[in-house]
Ligand binder design. Sequence first.
Ligand SMILES: NC(=O)c1ccc[n+]([C@@H]2O[C@H](COP(=O)([O-])OP(=O)(O)OC[C@H]3O[C@@H](n4cnc5c(N)ncnc54)[C@H](OP(=O)(O)O)[C@@H]3O)[C@@H](O)[C@H]2O)c1
Length: 279
Amino acid sequence: MGRAVRKQRGRGVALVTGASSGIGEAFSRALARDGFDLVLVARRRRRLAALAHELSEAHGVASEPFAADLSTAAGLCRVGERIAREPRLELLVNDAGMGEFGHFAGSEWSREESEIRVNVLAVVRLVHAALPRMIRRGRGAVINVSSTVAFVPTPSFAVYGATKAFLNSFTEALHVELRGTGIRVQALCPGLTHTEIFARARADASRVPEFFWMEPAEVVAESLAALERGTVLCVPGLKNRTVANLARMLPHAASSRIAELLTRSVKPTRIGVTRPSPT
Ligand SMILES: NC(=O)c1ccc[n+]([C@@H]2O[C@H](COP(=O)([O-])OP(=O)(O)OC[C@H]3O[C@@H](n4cnc5c(N)ncnc54)[C@H](OP(=O)(O)O)[C@@H]3O)[C@@H](O)[C@H]2O)c1
């Protein structure tokens, strides 16, 4: 049954970074349902292997777990090479990301550096690896997972917000450069989404009312629909769009003050996961 579905739907290859949890896992599930063969990238190899197996069985797609640490030069180089030699790459989803909560001056430098490497350097490198072949084929798409914090300088997430502002600027400029090539690009800017990212950022966001949150699958459904329409900046959810529009209208001095007040409901936690477990 699986193979029949694949032959019927064969839509090329989608490479998803950050596929082992949260929004990246939801992308992987949605794309497998849509008939894409997958390359699943993250560090936790057992999770990737289990997901790849599940998606191949359920949807008859080829699904390759590819364990790599995108904060290292060697890991990033391996993923870049995998992308560059993939003749059927239709979609690159740069989802892998991490945040660091707290005032910058007191933060651990190694974590800030990893954050910039994963959120910025890896995205730029992987897009650079993907574009030449996509341009030759005259087709393809890239989704860079940004955030609504890209619109507002966000105290306590200063570096994280700046990395996401970079992604929006980068993606919007690429959109203009790629006009007429057949390649679509999107900066996906989710708001609060139920995933593991807050625990990993050592931030307890449990006091933020449920009203503000979305599920990863909802975010992904809006992103893929927006990609079909050619939307470059996709802000999923009406509430998030309203916040993003307000933030864009206010001077940064005012919006970052409001962001500072809002982040007061987020508290530091010591239970954060600093290193991935093997699963
Ligand atoms: N959740 C939210 O509220 C929210 C809001 C706006 C934007 N976002 C963005 O959404 C994206 C996905 O985050 P999420 O919320 O789904 O959190 P998540 O569940 O923590 O997922 C993060 C993913 O990135 C991978 N990753 C982290 N560091 C990596 C590294 N060094 N090398 C390779 N992979 C790495 C993780 O896999 P391994 O640990 O297995 O490597 C995991 O698969 C991020 O870019 C984040 O900034 C999230």
